[in-house]
Design a protein around this ligand. Structure first.
Ligand SMILES: [Zn+2]
Length: 78
């Protein structure tokens, strides 16, 4: 997964940040019916468990959205 674009002074490259100091990838689940959300966690299972708790309290809420936050970085090649 990379993208490049050329500007006047060089070429910028964009790619997922996999450096040791990158922010972690994190996950959250949101109910598509009422909009309430799980905690955001680096463990996708936290949000998945939350969906079962949520549907237990709201038996008509069956659809969810997963938000995945992925760090990216850019750098310029001159
Ligand atoms: Zn809901």
């Amino acid at each position: 997964m990379t993208a490049r674009t050329v500007f006047l002074f060089g070429t910028w490259t964009l790619a997922p940040d996999q450096e040791p100091d990158a922010e972690p990838i994190s996950y959250a689940m949101q109910c598509a019916v009422c909009g309430s959300s799980s905690d955001t966690s680096e463990d996708a299972a936290v949000g998945q468990r939350w969906t079962f708790q949520h549907v237990g309290r709201h038996p008509s809420h069956h659809t969810f959205r997963e938000t995945i936050t992925r760090p990216w970085r850019t750098w310029m090649q001159s």
